[in-house]
Design a protein around this ligand. Structure first.
Ligand SMILES: NC(=O)c1ccc[n+]([C@@H]2O[C@H](COP(=O)([O-])OP(=O)(O)OC[C@H]3O[C@@H](n4cnc5c(N)ncnc54)[C@H](O)[C@@H]3O)[C@@H](O)[C@H]2O)c1
Length: 325
């Protein structure tokens, strides 16, 4: 059994706990949260030892892997300690708040040999996995232009409302937009040029829109959490190829080509347990896939090759260049 220590039992901690409860050969052995009711809630169906702070878990728990679902401003501090304790560490995205923190994490992983995965979950989300294959194989020719969009109600679920404090989360620019930026960079690398705009008045970085030029094609990436609670969360993309258009929107993954419009169906795994309803995500999808990958790698003692620490830090650095004006 692979023994997991999970630090931070809020929205994302609950999502991860639900995923681990569905993965064969994995048990949640320790849970930490400064709000004991949160760790207690996630311990249902486990024999987990409960800790009242992440540092206490790192110092005392007998675990093989540590998963950090803390608010972003605490990631680096706890991940540095975790890398001294175990060989496999998972850090939620964005990997850290600043490039300096990112560098410290990379140095620590080199010094300890710790293998780190970052929660850039879009890389594991079914439709985005399929899109990557289609682009790589040039199934419908080359990309002509693409657009990725992530729009959300304001995230008001966070502990002490930390997400809405720009200095603690980086705002929507860093917290939400990072998903699509990381995915686009993983597909195409860094653009030759980009132009980015964001709001700087009111709640800074609650809206960001970037247009990237890659030789012959252009990619737009838009993110905001300026929407009211009544508006659904939406993560969508539209990619125009030479011979077809793929669109993932409104819960449908569609192909438009010379034969007409058709839906691309992707088989989904049935999972136990419900996703946390307090946030903006309705199923375990990519979270399950990324944690299966992470725990399989840890079980086999293999390196992490997807959503690596270096990937997470590179995406953070690019993102901060987008937001730096
Ligand atoms: N991958 C995604 O799609 C996604 C979605 C939402 C959040 N996130 C990321 O997940 C991370 C956590 O976000 P969240 O939405 O779960 O926040 P949250 O506020 O819901 O949860 C954070 C938890 O950490 C606990 N905590 C605070 N200090 C602690 C400490 N010292 N020791 C132990 N527990 C402590 C809080 O009590 C809280 O329960 C953030 O980095 C966020 O950006 C990722």
């Amino acid at each position: 059994m692979l023994r997991v220590g999970l630090i931070g039992c809020g929205f994302m901690g609950e999502m991860h706990a639900n995923c681990y409860k569905n993965i064969e050969g994995v048990e949640i052995a320790a849970l930490a949260d400064i709000r004991p009711e949160r760790s207690r809630a996630l311990s249902d169906g486990t024999n987990a030892k409960l800790y009242s702070d992440g540092k206490e878990l790192i110092a005392n728990a007998e675990v093989d892997i540590i998963d950090i679902c803390l608010p972003t401003f605490l990631h680096a501090e706890y991940a540095l300690l975790a890398m001294d304790k175990v060989k496999y560490v998972f850090i939620e995205k964005p990997v850290a708040l600043t490039p300096d923190e990112g560098k410290m994490l990379i140095e620590k992983s080199k010094a300890t040999g710790a293998r780190v995965q970052v929660g850039q979950v879009i890389r594991f989300w079914d439709e985005y996995v399929e899109l990557r294959k289609i682009i790589k194989n040039e199934t419908y020719g080359k990309v002509v232009n693409a657009n990725f969009r992530r729009i959300s109600p304001r995230p008001e679920w966070g502990w002490n409302n930390w997400l809405l404090d720009y200095k603690l989360s980086g705002g929507a620019g860093q917290d939400l937009h990072v998903h699509d930026v990381d995915y686009v960079l993983s597909l195409f690398g860094e653009p030759e040029k980009f132009y980015s705009v964001r709001n700087i008045k009111g709640e800074k970085n609650s809206y960001v829109n970037t247009i990237m030029q890659y030789g012959d094609f252009v990619v737009g990436v838009e993110g905001t959490w300026d929407l009211p609670a009544s508006h659904p969360f939406e993560a969508t993309f539209r990619v125009v190829f030479e011979k077809a258009v793929l669109e993932n929107a409104g819960g449908k993954f569609m192909l438009y080509d010379k034969n007409g419009a058709s839906e691309i169906k992707i088989e989904k795994k049935e999972l136990r347990g419900e996703a946390y309803k307090g946030g903006n995500i309705s199923d375990l999808g990519g979270y399950y896939n990324e944690l299966v990958y992470f725990s399989e790698r840890a079980k086999k003692g293999e390196p992490i090759e997807q959503a690596t620490l270096t990937d997470g830090v590179s995406s953070l650095e690019f993102l901060l260049r987008e937001l730096a004006f």
